[in-house]
Ligand binder design. Structure first.
Ligand SMILES: Nc1ncnc2c1ncn2[C@@H]1O[C@H](COP(=O)(O)OP(=O)(O)OP(=O)(O)O)[C@@H](O)[C@H]1O
Length: 417
């Protein structure tokens, strides 16, 4: 074994410290990076590392794709590594094809892994991929979060996807394959200049004149990711002190909030909008800055399906009425992705927002101390056009409303960055 192979194998093993898993999945497209990753994991396994099982997703998008998956199968057979091929059901014409294919790939692999008793899957992204992502984020004028580029690990459906080679240049990996006379597949779309990533790759080759290369940019991304983690840590501390949940809204103490540095305030708001809307992603940074400006001016604003209300001593972020106005749900189902109603049941019941009509049917609403806007977006139990119960607006009738995402979930989100 050459010293390069040893060094890279050890770098991968270091990614899994302090406790490497017993078994690992490896996602192999047949390209140079993931094929080299397979070889390195195989070396690790031979030296007492985790059991390895490979997986290839055949997207069926190019005529050669089945033959390419079969080529990966042969390499795996030569190494004595078990290998599975997964098939994508195809594109439904929605969204952008490469994005949809990537999402489907992660989804298929996240379903495949637990069936094999695997909780960790390794991906072959290299320093070159990281540097290209970094340049694309620069083009979008991203801040710290965007420039941190790809994370070394992320969770999808409870499976950890690892990228242990984010600081390894592609050529180093190709040298390993050349030395072992193992071939790889060159995907023709990697040359297609219609893709931004391909243009970023070409641009990168010109930047070497300035001493800018994949490894350097990937180290900058790594620094940014440390900075991001630090900022989220402070944002978490601030959120614990200044934010609490009330009837499904997030209430922020205004005085403490306005003293926060903008980078921290922005994160508090971004996570709040994600928590209320249930969207897996936050609004764009510019939109959040506009919202912060609006808070400074003392004006209310709607964003990301949420409504921010500025009061003298608090900021209250609640669901925007428009986002739930037409939402009708089954009585046993979670409503708006966050409310579960528990009560005596009955025939022909459904859940919908109270709205003005429901609110007027709650004589005790003033006793709750909640703002009318907040009660208006809260869930009510309806029988046809008649309101049966509205637990957040003082009309219980044996019903109670429970948040599926609680305050702990809001706080935990800061720690997952
Ligand atoms: N069809 C696929 N099946 C299994 N894993 C895949 C597939 N496509 C990509 N991957 C995984 O995602 C990583 C990054 O994907 P990307 O599209 O950048 O790579 P690629 O150019 O197809 O191949 P490589 O990274 O192996 O050179 C790959 O290294 C591999 O681990």
């Amino acid at each position: 074994m050459t010293s390069d192979v040893e060094a890279l194998r050890d770098r991968i093993a270091a990614h899994f410290l302090p406790e490497p898993p017993v078994s690992l999945g490896v996602a192999v497209s047949g390209g140079s990076d993931s094929t080299a990753l397979l070889v390195l994991l195989h070396e690790w396994m031979k030296g007492g590392g985790p059991e390895v099982r490979a997986v290839t997703v055949d997207h069926g998008l190019r005529p050669e794709s089945a033959a390419e998956a079969a080529q990966v199968a042969r390499i795996c057979a030569d190494l004595n590594v078990p290998h599975d091929i997964l098939h994508w059901g195809g594109w439904n014409g929605q969204g952008n094809l490469p994005d949809q294919a990537r999402l489907a790939r992660y989804d298929l692999m996240a379903d495949w892994a637990p069936v094999q008793g695997i909780a960790d899957v390794v991906l072959g992204h290299t320093a070159n991929d990281q540097a290209e992502t970094f340049l694309m984020r620069l083009a979008r004028e991203s801040g710290v979060d965007g420039l941190a580029a790809m994370a070394p690990r992320r969770n999808i459906k409870g499976i950890a996807f690892h990228r242990p080679m984010l600081e390894t240049p592609r050529e180093t990996l190709r040298d390993i394959l050349r030395a072992k006379s193992i071939g790889w597949i060159d995907d023709p779309t990697n040359e297609d200049r219609r893709y931004e990533r391909v243009r970023a790759r070409n641009a990168l080759s010109h930047l070497s004149e300035l001493g800018i290369g994949p490894e350097g940019l990937s180290r900058v991304a790594h620094h940014m990711s440390d900075v991001r983690a630090t900022l989220y840590h402070y944002a978490y501390t601030a959120a614990r002190q200044l934010v609490h949940v009330e009837a499904g809204d997030l209430v922020i103490e205004k005085e403490g909030f306005t003293d926060l540095p903008q980078e921290i305030a922005r994160r508090l708001i971004q996570e709040a909008l994600k928590w209320i809307s249930g969207a897996g992603y936050g609004p764009r940074g510019r939109a959040v800055d506009q919202l912060l400006h609006s808070i400074g001016q003392g004006s209310d604003m709607t964003l990301h399906g949420c409504h921010l209300v500025v009061r003298s001593d608090t900021l209250r972020i609640m669901r925007e009425f428009r986002a739930v106005a037409d939402l009708r749900g089954d009585i046993d189902a979670v409503w708006d992705g966050r409310w579960r109603l528990v009560g005596p049941g009955g025939a022909g019941l459904h859940i919908a927002a109270l709205g003005d009509k429901g609110l007027m049917a709650c004589p005790e609403r003033h006793e709750t101390g909640l703002p009318a806007l907040s009660m208006k977006v809260s869930p009510g139990v309806w029988q046809g056009e008649n309101l049966v119960a509205a637990p957040c607006a003082g009309l219980a009738n044996g019903w109670s409303a429970h948040l599926v995402r609680d305050e702990a979930a809001y706080l935990d989100a800061f720690l997952s960055h």
